[in-house]
Design a binder for this molecule. Structure first.
Ligand code: COA
Length: 373
């Protein structure tokens, strides 16, 4: 059986960003307008006044300091509170495919790969731009790749599920080189008027090349083992879908955007993920001391601190569990791949690490890797 490796990764970062102070100022302005508009109901006690957000809360509760976005202006305008991304004609590449291609080109350049070498494209992300044709087929066309392409969605775990899927294609001989992309325009599903969650997400795209060992470039990564897990939960939901317009109440409810019970997520996901990682380490015969670094999903700094501590047996240093959450915020499936992409160049042959994702579903995935010569 052909052994799969990770040959390279790529990253696209939007040029615009928003600091916590800017985001809080716009939510507070929106809140003041809303409270003024509903002053009579608030006075009569039929509506509760909305409260201001705060920079201190956001940074303490999440570790997020800023986020990259496709459209700053719409998000920060108290009259809009959403990104404004114009529709494109069918003849023009869609935005999701465009940012996926940007990340893909970096991954392909790093591996010295030509478009004709790519045998499959997987677009693994939390939100697709449209129902069909698949984003992955558009990316395949834009880069001139061969073979087949399809989309898959496992929310924040989409990338690790995509890596295992790509690795399985390589093992089975269906493709020698699989391009897996994660375009995440999370600002599109975020309710910027909701104080509990308005700060959580950012926009980005990542790409990973999963290939047969025999064509691996120098310095690729052996995949030591992958493991996936899902367990149903209502605590992170987004009810946006094609049947919304058929419901008598229409599409207007806030649950057609990201909603969560953040505290419950925190409490339930930390033990689920740490046990999963430890179980997989046991199966692969790996001790904590064998791992140089954990590239964890980037949702919340406190969650990552607890998971890393349970896995390593001590509080992780920034070197052992790097954070990109502070500048990128939660970028859904792309988070652990950004951490891997930005914090792996110091690895020597034989060094081992873990890419780990977790999120809605619940879903979680682990990919243990070892640097090759
Ligand atoms: N500014 C100021 N205060 C705020 C606030 C804001 N933006 N949002 C909430 N608060 C207040 C709350 O009203 C609450 O006040 P109370 O104690 O008087 O009731 C207090 O701060 C604590 O709120 P809570 O929601 O319980 O905070 P938390 O410490 O649990 O942090 C999350 C919230 C969402 C950051 C955190 O739970 C989390 O990250 N969970 C995991 C999320 C996750 O990984 N999701 C996966 C997405 S893929």
């Amino acid at each position: 059986m052909t052994r799969p490796v990770i040959s390279s990764s790529g990253l696209f970062t939007p040029s615009e960003s928003i600091s916590n102070a800017e985001l809080v100022a716009s939510l507070n302005a929106w809140t003041d307008n809303w409270n003024a508009e509903h002053a009579d109901e608030i006075k009569a006690g039929t509506l509760e006044a909305k409260q201001h957000s705060s920079v201190e809360f956001i940074e303490k509760a999440s570790g997020i300091k800023s986020r990259y976005v496709i459209d700053r202006v719409g998000v920060l305008d108290p009259k809009i509170m959403a990104p404004r991304i114009p529709e494109r004609p069918n003849e023009q590449i869609s935005l999701l495919a465009e940012i996926a291609v940007a990340a893909a080109r970096e991954a392909m350049n790093r591996a010295g790969r030509e478009p004709k070498d790519i045998g499959a494209v997987i677009c693994a992300a939390s939100n697709m731009q449209r129902a069909y044709p698949a984003m992955a087929v558009e990316v395949q066309d834009a880069i001139g790749a061969q073979g087949f392409a399809f989309d898959m969605n496992v929310a924040c775990s989409s990338a690790t599920f995509g890596i295992q899927t790509g690795a399985d294609f390589v093992r089975a001989g269906h493709a020698k080189s699989v391009l897996m992309v994660n375009p995440e325009i999370c600002s599109g599903h975020l309710n910027f008027t909701d104080r509990d969650s308005h700060f959580i997400f950012g926009d980005v795209a990542t790409a990973v090349l999963i290939e047969a060992e025999e064509i691996a470039p120098k310095g690729a990564w052996s995949i030591l083992g992958t493991h996936l897990k899902t367990q149903f939960s209502n605590n992170i939901r987004n009810n946006f879908g094609f049947l919304n317009r058929t419901a008598p109440e229409g599409i207007g409810k806030a649950d057609k955007l990201f909603v969560q019970e953040g505290r419950k997520v925190f409490k339930e996901v930390v033990p689920m993920v740490s046990q999963m990682i430890l179980g997989e380490m046991d199966r692969l015969g790996l001790a904590a001391t064998d791992l140089k670094r954990l590239w964890l999903h980037q949702a919340n700094a406190g969650m990552n601190r607890l998971i890393a501590e349970k896995v390593l047996g001590h509080e992780a240093s920034e070197d052992e569990s790097p954070t990109v959450l502070d500048t990128y915020a939660n970028t859904s499936s792309a988070g652990s791949i950004i951490a891997f992409h930005k914090h792996s160049s110091d690895f020597k042959p034989g060094d081992k690490g873990l890419i780990c994702s977790f999120g809605a579903g619940y879903s979680a995935g682990t990919v243990f890797v070892e640097k090759r010569a």
